[in-house]
Structure formats: C-alpha cells, structure tokens
Design a protein around this ligand. Structure first.
Ligand code: B12
Length: 162
C-alpha cells in the first residue's frame, strides 16, 4: 500500500515508557502513515539521523514520564541547531502536574512545536490534525492559541520569616 505520509515517532532521552509509542504507531498507521518508530529513551542523534534519511512529513514526540516538557525543548533546539526544519508535534504527560498543561502548551508552541497534545482529549485533537495534515499538509496547520491562566507569570512571593 502506498503511504499517505511519512512520520518519525520518538520520545525524549529520559523516557522508557513503551506503550504510548506502540499506541501512536498503530494510530498513525491507521491514517495511512509510514512510521519509523525510534523506540524508548530516543537519543537525539537517532532523531536527527532519521530526519535526514527519511525527510518525513511529521515528527511526533511522545512522553509520559513527567520530563517531556524539558526533553521536548532540548530536542527541538538540537534540531534547530542542526538546521532540520520539519513540522513537530508533542504530547502525552509532559510534566508531573496537570495544572501545568496550559503553561507547557504555551511554552512549547512558542518554542516552535506545531501543536501540543495533553489531557483527556489529546487523541481526539490529534486525529483532527491528522485529517487536516493529510488533506492540506501539516505545515499549514494553525494550533489553537494557548490559554494564558491568570496565575501564570505571576511572581510568587513568600513573606520573609524572621
Ligand atoms: C507501565 C508504566 C511504567 C513502566 C513502563 C514499562 C514500559 N517499557 O513501557 C515502568 C515501570 C518502567 C515505569 C517507570 C516509570 N514511570 Co511509569 N507508568 C506506567 C503506567 C502504569 C502505564 C503507562 C502505559 O503503558 N500506558 C498505556 C499507554 C497506551 O497510555 P499512555 O502512556 O498514557 O499514552 C496515552 C496518552 O498519554 C496519549 N499520549 C501519549 N503521548 C502522546 C503524544 C501525542 C502526540 C498524543 C496526541 C497523545 C499522546 O496517548 C496515549 C493513548 O491514549 C503509567 C500509569 C498509567 N496508568 O498510565 C505510569 C506513569 C506513566 N509512570 C510514571 C512515572 C513517574 C514513572 C517513573 C518516573 C517512576 C519512577 N520514579 O521510577 C519511571 C520513569 C521511567 C523512565 N525513565 O521513563 C507516572 C508519570 C507521572 C506524570 N507524567 O505526571 C505515571 C503516569 C504513573 C503515575 N500516575 O504517577 N512506568
């Protein structure tokens, strides 16, 4: 079968969770993708190599161990410094607190991710992106703007104890 798009799937270097990758691999195949799944604890060098070799339409980064926010930023800056420009999306459980999700989304969109998928509706929203990307190309996607919660950016001060 001819694939409808090429996709590289990875996680961050710290993350040894596997089934999130298996799930996404099968989901992407359901959409007709040819998937190169780089497996757990993906070394950044393996991602850069795969992007050079495959020239994929989409890079999907998945992390659930709570360190994905940091790892996803490190990965994207490595791709940038290697001059690799590919639409990248990231999702899963990217920190250890669900209350961080809006801030994480805002920061990762600002860093250059095409979209960020966390929370219970992550897969439903990802399916919308896949339908759009197949029809119009992933680069044309515009993510919903991130919600700025009133407490984000507030300086937390604690009274001095004498
Ligand atoms: C199995 C498991 C492990 C196994 C992993 C074995 C393996 N090789 O896979 C072991 C025991 C090794 C493990 C270790 C750890 N784990 Co663990 N683990 C789990 C567990 C029980 C199930 C994960 C799983 O397989 N889920 C099935 C897959 C299909 O679902 P999923 O991972 O949630 O992915 C879904 C979504 O997140 C989403 N998604 C994920 N990525 C992406 C990306 C995109 C683009 C999109 C759209 C969607 C998406 O789609 C998937 C399908 O719905 C979860 C708890 C749980 N019930 O979820 C904890 C959990 C993920 N682990 C957790 C933690 C903290 C750890 C450790 C740090 C524990 C420790 N202190 O050592 C280590 C980290 C190891 C490491 N270096 O990464 C936490 C993460 C907390 C957080 N992020 O806030 C969890 C949530 C447990 C908890 N409630 O605290 N773990």
């Amino acid at each position: 079968m001819n694939s409808r798009f090429r996709c590289v799937l990875c996680t961050v270097e710290s993350d040894s969770h596997l089934w999130n990758l298996v799930y996404l691999h099968k989901l992407l195949e359901e959409y007709g993708a040819c998937v190169r799944n780089l497996g757990t604890c993906t070394p950044i060098g393996a991602v850069t190599r795969a992007l050079r070799e495959d020239r994929p339409d989409l890079l999907v980064v998945s992390s659930v161990n709570g360190h994905g926010f940091h790892g996803a930023r490190v990965l994207l800056s490595a791709l940038r410094s290697d001059g690799l420009a590919v639409p990248c999306v990231v999702g899963g459980k990217l920190t250890t607190a669900v209350s961080d999700d809006d801030r994480v989304r805002r920061d990762l969109l600002a860093a250059g991710y095409l979209d960020v998928f966390t929370g219970d509706d992550a897969i439903d929203r990802f399916r919308v992106l896949l339908d759009f990307g197949i029809a119009q190309g992933f680069s044309s996607w515009h993510a919903e703007p991130a919600v700025a919660t009133p407490w984000d950016g507030e300086q937390i001060t604690t009274p001095e104890v004498r």
